[in-house]
Ligand binder design. Structure first.
Ligand code: AFP
Length: 332
């Protein structure tokens, strides 16, 4: 119900499943607490000396920002002790993150990108946290990387928090998508955007055009047709956006439709794409599909990919159903 806070919402959802123990509700509530702490750190920015680079690289070989490191720490510290998780995997950590000995273990696994879009931090553009929750295989209390390698269809929940003009958490547990705005006065996420739905048609696309020369032909054809607008085969004008923060792009698509593409390109074919399957593509695909959209690599449904590594990258094309179907059809 619009206006209820996240904990109320989660408990109402929990009561719909008589067998629920409350562990899942508590886990989501802990994730929200972690996001509030990160929102606070992001919001303090230069005042807390949080801007700039950390002087290190992550496992992907990307330069880490101070806030990447701070957010990763805040997320891990908020969740490791709670007893709801068997293990964690972060975009920033080479290996899966075990629950320290001395803390109880739960039945869930979480994969997360603590600060997506972090190249935008220093220029004060929206960034966010993305998470995906899976079940640990039966009886597993010390999961290995292999235990995380489940296709996106196995996710029990996914969400993201966008730290923008307001802080908004978007969440799906597999029955629709809801958006909660952080009310800083009371410290709670309030349900402000119930049952988000992505319109099937759109006239807005998002892609990094500077990579055009590296794209495959189907993507080039699709984007060229959008750019030709009324004068081309589409017979309507399109608008373009590129924030370079996936959280901001997906939030825009959830509020007014659109298509987002980070396709395969030939800059480094061995990478298979730019975005990470476990931390970005799978959770965003779950959310988008739950809101009535589609998510594909161009050749297959993202959530059906069998992962082979926790840091695997994939092409991502997601958003308004009819546009994604069109791009997929061009891949033939
Ligand atoms: P960072 O977290 O390193 O800034 O990457 C953000 C991101 O994974 C995703 O959120 C953007 O859509 C995409 O990369 C932007 O990539 P380009 O800088 O190549 O446009």
């Amino acid at each position: 119900m619009k206006g209820e806070h996240l904990t109320q919402f989660l408990i109402h959802e929990q009561r719909k499943s008589p067998a629920a123990t409350g562990e899942f509700t508590l886990l989501l509530s802990d994730v929200a607490t972690a996001c509030k702490a990160i929102a606070h750190a992001v919001n303090r920015g230069a005042l807390a000396g949080h801007l700039g680079v950390a002087g290190s690289e992550n496992v992907q070989g990307e330069v880490q920002k101070k806030l990447d490191v701070i957010s990763n720490d805040l997320f891990i510290r908020s969740l490791e002790w709670t007893g709801h998780l068997a293990g964690m995997a972060s975009e920033e950590n080479d290996q899966v993150i075990p629950i320290p000995s001395g803390y109880p273990r739960g039945k869930y696994l979480i994969c997360f990108d603590p600060l997506d879009g972090s190249s935008n931090i220093d220029v004060n553009i929206s960034v966010g946290t993305i998470f995906s929750i899976l079940r640990a295989p039966d009886g597993v209390t010390q999961p290995s990387e292999q235990d995380f390698l489940q296709p996106g269809t196995q996710q029990v929940a996914a969400g993201f928090c966008v730290y923008g003009p307001s802080t908004v958490m978007v969440l799906t547990t597999g029955s629709g998508v809801n958006g909660f705005t952080l009310d800083r006065d009371v410290g709670e996420f309030i349900l402000t955007h119930p049952n988000l739905r992505i319109p099937a048609d759109t006239a807005e696309f998002a892609i990094n055009m500077s990579n055009r020369r590296y794209w495959e032909e189907p993507v080039r054809r699709y984007v060229d047709e959008c750019v030709q607008g009324k004068d081309g085969v589409r017979e309507k004008n399109f608008n373009m956006r590129w924030v370079a923060s996936m959280v901001a792009e997906v939030y825009r698509i959830l509020t007014r439709g659109g298509i987002f593409l980070y396709p395969f390109d030939t800059r480094d074919p061995s990478k298979g794409g730019r975005l990470r399957l476990m931390y970005e593509a799978n959770p965003m695909s779950f959310i988008v599909e739950q809101a009535g959209g589609l998510a594909s690599t161009g050749r297959e449904r993202i959530m059906e990919i069998q992962p082979h590594s926790i840091h695997q990258r994939v092409p991502v094309i997601l958003g308004s159903k009819n546009e994604v179907e069109r791009v997929v059809s061009y891949h033939g």
